[in-house]
Design a protein around this ligand. Structure first.
Ligand code: GLU
Length: 489
């Protein structure tokens, strides 16, 4: 590994869920490396979990791939410091803890579960925080050896200095200090010989040559302990970047219960991947200088302009309206072909009869802000909904149920004309317009009722002629005739 080369890692625990805050950590971690041509590593931390979640690692892979946060080293592609799955590294840690024991910086602790429970109960009874009392901290060497030889179960604990303070510098939160007396002699190796999560995390970061640790601010309080480990080993301390929490509002974190806390939730609602990533980047980070006022950034833009000092300390409030506005902007920027490709699954979920999707999309795209809102606008295509004839009354268009009947009867022969090509929207419009002129009426007088007759709704994606061309002649004639019958009462 070359010197001064930035190496960052995203170290998710496979929960089956990519929280917006986690995806933001992944993005900042990626940007931190890529801005400097560094290496972005994916490490799966699968040992701190209560239970195995089926498919959870795939959620991580798929999300990172879809968003374009491609890793340079990771479980699937390997790399010089693998394996990249924590559970496959379990045998590597004990020797490091034993090294600390040999140097007097850690010790074997033989305290039983029962003793610790009794100790903690007593501490609680005195209103104290529960902590280890250091019972085995200074056992004579011969006793330790005897007990080890006798096969007594043990853990390895770190000897935290009793006095003094441990400080560290965070690139976002600044210098933070904690009194050593407030820290417990943390367990490094458990009775089963396996490392604790915190110990494995530190050793892994060191062995993988991580230069910048980027993670959620919930890890700030553990960082002094991490630092004491780096110091005990004499290893280089990485740069720390802790990110502010993502909140739903001033009091509550954005949680799974909100229904829009994960990348998958947002995709399921019809937000575009690029828009989600763009918005998430702005959650607690803002660009500087000439970009300060700008809101739309591609991933490549972000790589170019990234600077970690744009990260804010204060909690980031998730703003659905801003996400919506950014998504709308991304939708408007799509080419008609791209929009059709993205909208098609949503259209297909609501419409099962053949329609002119290209024309529908030309009408949808300028107004659409979130793809998930498409289906509800299309419920009239498969079958005509119930509606009341009072819908035909419209002051602006100067229509009434009576005038609508007249209009639809006048349109029937126009739309029946075999020479009229329903794939040519302008030709259909011109034919209707000519009819309106002939009758001495405004276009709206003729076409507003057509829209109602075809959809049973006042608001539709497209006016009467557009709807007619989307549906095709046969459906149109059937619906217009049915409407005239309805108006005949
Ligand atoms: N596995 C931890 C998490 O998913 C990451 C901790 C770290 O980045 O140090 O929250």
């Amino acid at each position: 590994m070359p010197n001064n080369h930035i190496r960052t890692r995203f170290a998710p625990s496979p929960t089956g869920y990519m929280h917006v805050g986690n995806l933001r950590t992944a993005l900042y971690t990626y940007l931190m490396a890529k801005h400097d041509d560094g290496t972005f590593i994916l490490r799966i931390e699968d040992t701190d979990q209560g239970r195995y979640v089926e498919g959870a690692v795939d959620v991580i892979y798929n999300t990172l791939r879809e968003t374009g946060l491609l890793w340079d080293e990771g479980p699937d592609i390997g790399g010089p410091v693998g394996p990249y799955v924590q559970s496959e590294r379990m045998g590597m840690f004990k020797q490091y803890a034993e090294q600390l024991v040999a140097e007097g910086k850690a010790y074997y602790c033989f305290c039983t579960e029962e003793r610790l429970e009794a100790l903690h109960a007593e501490q609680r009874a005195h209103g104290e925080m529960t902590h280890y009392d250091g019972c085995c901290r200074d056992l004579p060497r011969e006793e330790v050896e005897k007990r080890l030889a006798a096969g007594e179960p043990y853990v390895i604990r770190q000897k935290i200095p009793r006095e003094g303070v441990t400080g560290f510098d965070d690139m976002v939160y600044g210098h933070i200090e904690v009194n050593n007396s407030e820290m417990d002699d943390q367990i490094l190796i458990k009775t089963d010989g396996m490392p604790t999560y915190n110990f494995a995390n530190v050793v892994d970061d060191h062995l993988m040559g991580i230069t910048h640790v980027i993670r959620g601010s919930e890890y700030l309080s553990s960082t002094p302990k991490y630092n004491l480990l780096y110091q005990a080993f004499g290893w280089n301390i990485p740069n720390y970047i802790h990110c502010p929490p993502v909140m739903k509002d001033a009091q509550n974190k954005l949680s799974k219960r909100n229904g829009d806390a994960s990348y998958q939730d947002l995709v399921a609602k019809g937000y575009l991947t690029e828009a989600i990533l763009n918005y998430i980047c702005l959650l607690g980070w803002s660009p500087k200088g000439e970009y300060a006022e700008r809101e739309i950034f591609s991933l490549a833009d972000l790589v170019k302009i990234w600077t970690p000092d744009g990260i804010s300390k204060s909690p980031a409030i998730f703003d659905p309206l801003k996400l919506r506005a950014i998504n709308a902007e991304y939708i408007r920027r799509l080419s008609p072909e791209e929009f059709l490709a993205k909208a098609e699954p949503w259209i297909d979920s609501a419409v099962h009869t053949p329609i002119n999707k290209k024309l529908l999309c030309a009408n949808l795209q300028p107004r659409c802000e979130v793809l998930g809102e498409i289906p509800e606008q299309l419920d009239f295509f498969d079958s005509m909904p119930e509606y009341d004839v009072s819908l035909y009354a419209n002051k602006k268009q100067k229509t009434t149920p009576e005038s609508a009947k007249e209009a639809l009867e006048a349109l029937l022969p126009v739309l029946s004309d075999e020479a009229l090509d329903f794939n040519d929207r302008d030709a259909v419009f011109d034919a209707c317009k000519a009819k309106a002129e002939e009758l001495g009426k405004k276009n709206g007088w003729l076409l507003y009722p057509l829209g109602i007759a075809l959809s049973g709704k006042q608001r539709t994606p497209g006016g009467g002629t557009d709807l007619a061309c989307m549906m095709g002649r046969e459906t149109v004639l059937g619906r217009v005739k049915a409407a005239i019958e309805k108006l005949n009462g």
